[in-house]
Design a protein around this ligand. Structure first.
Ligand SMILES: C[S@@+](CC[C@H](N)C(=O)[O-])C[C@H]1O[C@@H](n2cnc3c(N)ncnc32)[C@H](O)[C@@H]1O
Length: 257
C-alpha cells in the first residue's frame, strides 16, 4: 500500500501524484492552451476520445463520471466539445488538486473500486487508461456498472497485452489480454457494444503533441535530478517501449449495463 492510500507501489505515487503537481506548475508557466494536451495521460488522442464520446452519446444533457480522471484532461475535452457535465473521481490527491487548479470541475478523491455514488444514478461513466493499474479490475468494472443508470453508457480505454508474457512492465500494472478483458467485462455484468483499437485512429494533431511535449520538457528541466522524476520517467518509458513494440495496445470499448 502506498502513501496515497490505494494499493500499489510508490512508483505509482511518483507517476500519478507527484508528476501532476509539477505538471501544473509547468502549464502555469507555459500557458493555459497547454492544459488539455498535457493533462491527458493515457487518453491523449482526440480522435479516439471523440469516437468514444460518440459511441456513448455524450451530449449537453449527459452527466459523465470519469473514473481515474488523473489531471482531468479527458473530462475537460468532453466538457468543452460536448457541453457534458463532468465529475472526476481520482484516488491520488496530487492529481485531484492538479485537475481542480487546471479546470475547476467537480472532483472527488476516491478509488474506482469503491465509488462514492448511488446505484444507477449516473448517465455515463468512462475510465481511460486506468484498469491496468487497478489492484482489483473486476471490482472496478462492477462499480462502474453499479452506478450507471439503466440505458446509460460505460466507456473504457484499456491497455491490453498482445502476448502472454511481457519482457517488462511498469510497477503496479497488470495488463489483461483481449480475451481476458472481454471476459472481465462480461463477468461485471456489462454488455459489449462497439470496440476499436487505439492504433486505428489518427494520432493527436501536431500542435497538441508539441504542447504536451513542451510541458514534459519543462518538468524534466526543473526536476530531472529528483529521484521521483526518475522513477516516474522509468514507468512512462517502460510503457512507451511496450506500446512502441506492439506488445501492449490501447483498446476502446463502448458498453452498456
Ligand atoms: C494513466 S493515468 C490516466 C489518467 C486519465 N484517465 C487520463 O487518461 O489522462 C491512470 C490513472 O489511474 C488512477 N488510478 C490508479 N488506481 C486507481 C483506482 N483504483 N481507482 C481509480 N483510479 C485509479 C491513477 O491515479 C492515474 O491518475
Amino acid at each position: 500500500m502506498s502513501d496515497s492510500g490505494i494499493e500499489g507501489p510508490d512508483a505509482m505515487d511518483d507517476e500519478f501524484d507527484t508528476m501532476p503537481r509539477w505538471t501544473v506548475e509547468a502549464i502555469e508557466s507555459l500557458g493555459a492552451s497547454h492544459a488539455i494536451p498535457a493533462a491527458c495521460r493515457g487518453s491523449g488522442n482526440p480522435a479516439a476520445l471523440t469516437w468514444l464520446a460518440d459511441m456513448m452519446n455524450l451530449g449537453e444533457t449527459t452527466e459523465l463520471v470519469d473514473v481515474g480522471a488523473g489531471m482531468g484532461g479527458a473530462a475537460e475535452y468532453a466538457a468543452l466539445t460536448r457541453g457534458t457535465s463532468v465529475l472526476l473521481v481520482e484516488p491520488m490527491l496530487g492529481a485531484c488538486r492538479a485537475a481542480t487548479q487546471l479546470f475547476g470541475r467537480a472532483t472527488v478523491a476516491a478509488s474506482g473500486t469503491d465509488l462514492p455514488l448511488a446505484d444507477g444514478g449516473v448517465d455515463a461513466v468512462w475510465s481511460l487508461g486506468v484498469l491496468c493499474s487497478s489492484a482489483d479490475q473486476l471490482r472496478m468494472l462492477e462499480e462502474m456498472r453499479r452506478v450507471t443508470r439503466p440505458g446509460g453508457a460505460v466507456g473504457l480505454l484499456v491497455y491490453i497485452k498482445t502476448v502472454a508474457d511481457l519482457p517488462e512492465q511498469p510497477d503496479g500494472n497488470e495488463f489483461p489480454t483481449r480475451g481476458e478483458l472481454i471476459d472481465l467485462v462480461r463477468r461485471a455484468g456489462l454488455h459489449v457494444g462497439e470496440i476499436a483499437d487505439l492504433p486505428d485512429f489518427d494520432g493527436p494533431p501536431q500542435v497538441w503533441q508539441q504542447q504536451a511535449q513542451a510541458v514534459d520538457d519543462l518538468v524534466a528541466r526543473e526536476h530531472r535530478d529528483d529521484r521521483r522524476w526518475q522513477v516516474a520517467d522509468t514507468q512512462q518509458s517502460t510503457m512507451g517501449h511496450l506500446i512502441g513494440d506492439g506488445l501492449v495496445l490501447g483498446m476502446l470499448l463502448s458498453l452498456t449495463p
